[in-house]
Design a protein around this ligand. Structure first.
Ligand code: USQ
Length: 390
């Protein structure tokens, strides 16, 4: 299968490229290096050593005996999208090339506009190019569990059956996102459903939870790392907690810490995306997966990091409940369904506690890099203070 990965340089894009290559597929990557640039703007960077794309591709092809095609450019430019789609005519496209940080989108109007325009612009260019060039290809697009928010009822996988005033229908489950970033994914989802309805494009919309971890099997065997972000804008909860433990900083549970999210390891995220690619939807089908392993409260995660951190590092790890910079419920019901991937054959690779040990050991190994970006770790982006023009 020929797969184009949009956002190949990212946290998930690079390990997915390695897995596809290892399994004998043809891989073509596209990236504008947006994440590298934006992370350095907030005074941070990946603490794992990541090479530039030329060297990453060289390392991967040395190991797996096959090379990766690459286009540098911005998918918000329709001419660019049409150009590489015409040349490559892929069987599948994995779309990971979006602004992926909720805090970034909440810094101010500039970042909010950038997030909405960039994310929706890239996706609309892509569905038009698919319709015109490869109408039977499979689009596997990364959405987020955060599209649903935290309603006081169970969350289905995309659609639910509803009875209203005596009539029944199966409808998209209502969305209630918590940042401009998460809303941009909701808007994408609506646009994808419509593209499917009018042109019959085959689409998998993946509602993914928070991903954690430093490695996958392929990263381990090639030693070709993926990025690992630790700052308050680009780093995510569990990864940041491990870094805080290693640096002797308090683990920052926001608010009461009772907010729950679905989590999965990087290894499992890649396995699930591979399942989605290897078992595509029918022509004309739009399907939705809720992609996570288990859900945990922030307090549970902080406690696991404390317990494992103290064992590995041999000193106390403090948990600190800081003022929640976000506007979100920090105590709520949470019961999302996640059956479909299991029906396709997904089996979690391990457990969160075992993975935690590996993350803490890796972060400890790259501790010098973490120290360089220490000032960017504590929260400073407050939803209520998002800057407008004044
Ligand atoms: N949190 C803390 N302390 C911290 C950082 C975060 O308590 O130091 C809490 C947040 O308040 C939030 C939860 O942890 O309730 C998750 O925050 P996060 O920063 O780990 O993740 P989030 O902003 O939701 O976004 C991340 C990825 C995004 C992806 C999303 C999946 O950046 O690309 O879509 O996870 S989900 O959360 O399921 O929507």
């Amino acid at each position: 299968m020929k797969v184009v990965i949009l956002g190949i340089d990212g946290y998930i894009g690079w390990p997915l490229a390695l897995r596809l290559l290892k399994e004998g597929h043809d891989v073509v990557g596209v990236d504008s290096f947006y994440t590298r640039a934006r992370v350095s703007e907030v005074g941070s960077g990946s603490i794992t050593p990541i090479k530039d794309m030329k060297d990453r591709i060289k390392d991967a092809s040395k190991f797996y005996g096959k090379t990766i095609g690459f286009y540098e450019g911005d998918i918000n430019d329709p001419d660019f999208v049409y150009m590489f789609m015409e040349r490559e005519k892929p069987d599948a496209i994995v779309h990971l090339a979006e602004q992926r940080s909720a805090p970034y989108s909440m810094i101010g109007l500039k970042q909010a506009r950038e997030t909405l325009i960039q994310n929706m612009g890239g996706t609309i260019n892509l569905v038009y190019a698919m319709k015109d060039i490869v109408p039977k290809a499979h689009l596997l697009k990364l959405g987020t569990m955060g599209e649903y928010g935290t309603p006081n009822i169970d969350i289905p996988e995309g659609f639910f059956e509803i009875e209203y005033r005596g009539r029944k229908d199966t409808l998209p489950f209502p969305k209630f996102a918590g940042s401009w970033y998460h809303w941009s994914k909701v808007h994408d989802t609506n646009n994808l459903m419509f593209a499917n309805r009018v042109w019959g494009l085959r689409i998998t919309d993946v509602m993914q939870g928070v991903v954690y971890g430093t490695g996958t099997k392929e990263i381990k065997e090639t030693e070709s790392y993926t990025r690992f972000d630790i700052d308050e804008v680009w780093g995510t909860a569990l990864n940041r907690f491990c870094v805080q433990a290693v640096l002797g900083m308090p683990v920052t549970a926001y608010g009461k810490g009772e907010q729950r999210r679905g989590f999965l390891s990087l290894e499992d995220s890649i396995s699930c995306l591979m399942l989605g690619l290897n078992k595509p939807p029918e022509i004309g089908e739009y399907r939705v997966y809720n992609q996570f392993d288990e859900h945990y409260s922030i307090n549970e995660l902080a406690a696991y990091v404390k317990e494992n951190g103290e064992k590995i590092l041999g000193r106390e790890v403090e948990i600190k409940h800081v003022e929640n910079p976000r506007v979100e419920k920090d105590q709520h019901y949470y019961n999302p369904e996640h059956k479909k991937l299991k029906e396709l054959g997904y089996k979690p690779s391990g457990n969160l506690r075992a993975e935690l040990e590996k993350i803490i050991e890796d972060v400890n190994r790259f501790r010098e890099n973490a120290i360089r970006f220490k000032d960017a770790v504590m929260p400073r982006t407050y939803w209520k203070e998002s800057r407008g023009l004044k």
